[in-house]
Design a protein around this ligand. Structure first.
Ligand code: BGC
Length: 365
């Protein structure tokens, strides 16, 4: 592990200062200066609440360990993210944490980082097509899909639907094709729900059930809204849409707008799923507009990622709980996968409020 000469000198000066007590008052022993390490953290955007929280948690927790943090957001602009990382490499940061927009666009800049011996950790989204990535911290993305599928299966009693002669109409709103997580979620979801599509318990009137037909580039809320409006207009004039299988809280907001504009009311409001347990989504769960979401505690993810950074910088091995699931087309990336949890009206108080994620006040309670 490279260590900047300036930081070694600085640590030495501080150590001497501390030992001799010369000129040092207690609060001049700034932990931040201890190793002089700088961690570059890049996040995709600030339009989605979760990345704001992820960035803030990472910064806070890294600074608590005494590291300097260069945190950047790229406004979902791929070129901007490339240039942010290029700048960090040029500035010789000690470690890079990357939550990518389109990771295939980062292969070259990751190579530059590797040549400069700057280790890289993939944050939440796997960095594809590179051997420059050391570790991956994320949630179990397949499990996210399972949780959504199992929620629908259980709460709509799909097991017994065939014998009861019940079926439900459903449309899918899946994640961005440049985000590896989106495929895992779709596959996990279909592992649970495909049998119900096959048996006719779930009926997709648009006929669009493949990932390719239902993915939404860059997780765009507007596209989700447009698509939902179009489905309602084309396929649901005689029969209501019963389930919006949405892979993201942002898509749920888009679907809600489209449904309201199409005249849906409480009496025929569909089940709507989501992901991230954003504040607005949780408020919508309370007021009945969204049915459930997937809670991914960004504090926990940041903590895991920070332990990876620390291990890399201190030359130890971080704890990993999966070595095989995430292959990025070049290598299996050692991963720590945190556990996602389904949240709805019945358990949000216990999970989100008592878990300290939101206060009652934030949720207007
Ligand atoms: C994340 C999700 C998030 C989505 C859209 C995915 O990579 O895993 O938590 O909802 O991006 O921002």
């Amino acid at each position: 592990m490279k260590k900047k000469l300036s930081s070694i000198i600085l640590s030495g000066i501080l150590a001497i200062g501390i030992l001799t007590g010369c000129g040092q008052t207690e609060d001049t022993v700034v932990v931040e200066e201890k190793d002089g390490y700088t961690v570059g953290v890049v996040m995709p955007n600030q339009t989605s609440e979760r990345w704001i929280n992820d960035g803030a948690n990472m910064k806070l927790q890294l600074e608590e360990l005494g590291y300097n943090v260069d945190l950047r957001y790229a406004n979902d602009d791929i070129e901007l993210q490339v240039s942010q990382i290029e700048e960090m490499v040029a500035n010789q940061v000690d470690c890079l944490v990357i939550a990518s927009i389109d990771s295939t666009a980062l292969v070259e800049v990751e190579k530059k980082a590797q040549e400069s011996q700057i280790p890289i950790i993939a944050y939440d989204r796997l960095l594809m097509d590179t051997d420059a990535v050391s570790y991956y911290a994320s949630f179990d993305n397949r499990q996210v899909g399972h949780e959504i599928g199992e929620y629908i299966e259980k709460n709509m009693s799909l097991h017994t639907a065939t014998e009861e002669g019940v079926s439900y109409t459903v449309e899918l709103f899946m994640g961005s094709p440049d985000d590896n997580n989106a495929y895992y979620l779709y596959n996990g979801l279909m592992e649970v729900l495909k049998p119900y599509f096959d048996s006719g318990v779930l009926v997709c009137k648009s006929g669009k059930t493949s990932f390719e037909d239902t993915c939404i580039l860059r997780w765009s809320q507007e596209t989700a809204k447009e698509r939902c409006a179009q489905y309602l207009d084309e396929f649901y004039t005689d029969e209501d849409l019963d389930i919006c299988l949405s892979a993201f809280d942002g898509f749920a907001y888009g679907c809600i707008e489209a449904l309201e504009e199409a005249g849906y009311t409480k009496s025929n409001w569909p089940v709507i799923t989501g992901q991230d347990a954003e504040l607005r989504a949780t408020q919508n769960i309370i007021n009945g507009k969204q049915t459930m979401t997937i809670y991914k505690d960004t504090r926990v993810l940041a903590k895991k990622c920070v332990t990876m950074v620390q291990a890399i910088l201190e030359g130890t091995t971080p704890s990993i709980n999966n070595n095989y699931e995430y292959h990025n087309n070049v290598k299996s990336v050692p991963s720590y996968l945190c556990k996602p949890e389904a949240v709805d009206k019945a358990n949000y108080k216990k999970i989100l409020i008592r878990g300290g994620y939101y206060t009652e006040k934030q949720l207007g309670e």
